[in-house]
Design a protein around this ligand. Sequence first.
Ligand SMILES: O=[N+]([O-])c1ccc(O[C@@H]2O[C@H](CO)[C@@H](O[C@@H]3O[C@H](CO)[C@@H](O[C@@H]4O[C@H](CO)[C@@H](O)[C@H](O)[C@H]4O)[C@H](O)[C@H]3O)[C@H](O)[C@H]2O)cc1
Ligand SMILES: [Mg+2]
Length: 361
Amino acid sequence: SGSCSFGNPYENGYTAYLSPYYIAEVNAAIATQSSSTLKTKSAKVAQIPNFTWFDTADKVPTLGDYLADARSMQADGTKMILQIVVYDLPDRDCHAKASNGEYHIAQNGVANYKAYIDAIKSYVVQYPDVRIVAVVEPDSLANLVTNMSDSHCANAHDAYLQCTTYALQQLNQCNIWLYLDAGHAGWLGWQSNQDPAAQLFAQVYKSATPNRVRGLATNVANYNALHASTPDPITQGDPCVDELSYVQAMSPRLTNYGFPAHFIIDQGRSGVQNIRGQWGDWCNIKGAGFGMRPTNVTPDPVIDAIVWVKPGGECDGTSDSSSPRYDSTCSLSDAKQPAPEAGTWFEAYFEDLVNFANPAL
Ligand SMILES: O=[N+]([O-])c1ccc(O[C@@H]2O[C@H](CO)[C@@H](O[C@@H]3O[C@H](CO)[C@@H](O[C@@H]4O[C@H](CO)[C@@H](O)[C@H](O)[C@H]4O)[C@H](O)[C@H]3O)[C@H](O)[C@H]2O)cc1
Ligand SMILES: [Mg+2]
């Protein structure tokens, strides 16, 4: 049956697959741009690998297309990594509104979610020769740590855990590596949140054995620095001023609870610091730029790789107060407006990310 390796999936010799979905978004954007400099820089972004978000079940068949495409690219000996996000929990994004999903617990949501996971699994098992890295359910467990006082999250608690355990039980093939989403330094890095978070992550890790959970993904769809030379003033009071200090604080706690976690850290929109009014602000933050490029060269052996998970240019949430998914966070002074619905293309914001990119494009 060959080896079922479970080391760092980002080991040297692997090439991250470029999402055709994102390339199409960027190409469409370029067609609307007039500046040749902007067009050139935008084209460079399309060549930087990020994660493909399966935020609706009807996108899952494209996973088969991407796996087949990646397999064809392996014909010459190239070894590919396909990076995806599993993101379709019932009552998703329970403490916010912007990213509420298609499934609802009250409407058979857990069963629907299991069918969604089964569909993903059906493709994973068809391509045992293609390496897959999956971030599992951004914001979900983090909300269970800090927002049980929100009835939406309290009511979703059991379903989130049941669904996540199911996903880990089903997505356990040798060609997939899973990273549970772990919020970020400004969410769970606060002294009072660290241990409860570590306990919950370890509980979920141990709820499905054997599993292919390599560790945690941090800073997904957020803006924190990997390493801040000088802490952003908004971090005042939080011992974890950046993602490096966050993962270094969490690692021994997780090991202590029986979860020897490694980490991947999103830096897709972290190129510019000191741009937020407060650390809890998360929506279309003005002044953000594309950040350090994805790499497996990291400042700590517990960090497998720096990655781009949130595709820059895809909106965090609408600023239209008449929308059912309107979240007032997207109308704060540090949020770029007007903004379209979460997940849809936000051209003005994309152009800012390009122009403010650090390193420059
Ligand atoms: O001084 N102290 O000692 C002390 C102690 C504790 C303190 O309380 C902490 O304050 C933190 C804010 O500083 C809070 O963190 C925010 O929590 C929000 C959810 O509630 C997150 O929002 C999500 O963001 C996602 C993208 O990241 C979106 O995709 C998603 O839709 C969206 O919902 C923010 O990122 C995150 O920054 C903590 O909960 C809270 O516990 C504060 C001080
Ligand atoms: Mg979101």
